[in-house]
Design a protein around this ligand. Sequence first.
Ligand SMILES: *Cc1c(COP(=O)(O)O)cnc(C)c1O
Length: 372
Amino acid sequence: MNVPLLDLKAQYRVIKPEVMSAIEAVCDEQGFVLGPRVVAFEEAAAQYIGSRYAIGCASGSDALLLSLMAMDVKAGDEVITIPFTFFATASVISRLGAKPVFVDIQPDTFNIDPALIERAITPRTKAIIPVHLFGQCADMAAINEIAKRKNIYVIEDACQAIGASQGNKRAGILGDTGCFSFFPSKNLGGFGDGGLITTNDKALADSMSMLRVHGSQVRYLHEAIGFNSRLDALQAAVLQVKLKYLDQWTEGRRRNAERYQQLFAQARVDGWVTVPPTVAGNFHVYNQYTVRVQKRDELRNFLKDNGVGSEVYYPLPMHLQQCYRDLGYQKGAFPISEKAADEVLSLPVYPELTEPQLRYVVEVIESFCKRG
Ligand SMILES: *Cc1c(COP(=O)(O)O)cnc(C)c1O
């Protein structure tokens, strides 16, 4: 049996007529950058997330960068985040000449450990970027409490967490800004790159809207040194169609995650596979279903030989990356992140997976464990 990590064609087959007519409409209009299609999508996204403002931009990475720029993060400043994340979370800090200061994660959720944040704060700390890794929100109550007391900003890296929530609030309104990515493999994926920033703060919203178009509100008059990070009308039109289906797809991911939980509990994989927990009050959207396993690389090859796709998100923490050797971190600096990097494996969890496919994935893992 073949079980790919992700099958975007299965999703496309269902929505093809609707998406194609939206694309055709944009082509007929010949308006491709920002414009009414982008505004309509921004409004729909703001309503979905529950934010006062939503600003489309070119990628999730740019959403993070625009947030930092609007908060005036610059050379000499420090921004706290986790080393166990996608590269962009850290690189945007460095691109502004500021310094990423890493804090280790919690072993169960893979999210930032709030108990470690306070000792990483210095007079130069401008912001914290918690990442809602794999689709589950970081402990925002604890993070916001520290940030308020220390008067620093909170930027949610919600690139993997559109539709996730904590308490009765969705990811994107749990901090000062929320950053989303529409990279095709995200839960809401475009037909190319795209991103969005949400906020309830008018000053930040105005600033980010201006920075994404070269720091200009009135054409050819520049009040800040912005850059070009706009959302295309074609992407907005596709995303607007897909947004209607997002909750239904999220339910599919959650159903599959729950089924894995049951199947792994019944399988003889004791001590080999640790399934991802959901913290009380969190609504997990499973952009990835990430387990911890022993002999991870061997298992990954075994899965591949048996037709099952999997991926390691992420194999090398940021503090050990070559480009960050100047930060001076040593191996052992963030033991929980380093251990996670050695043990995590993301399994197929996309909504269109079938019951036989889910069973097959668990059977293959069980037979690997039986071999010892
Ligand atoms: C995808 C992702 C990003 C970057 O998004 P792009 O749209 O690819 O630039 C940032 N952070 C995390 C955690 C992501 O998963």
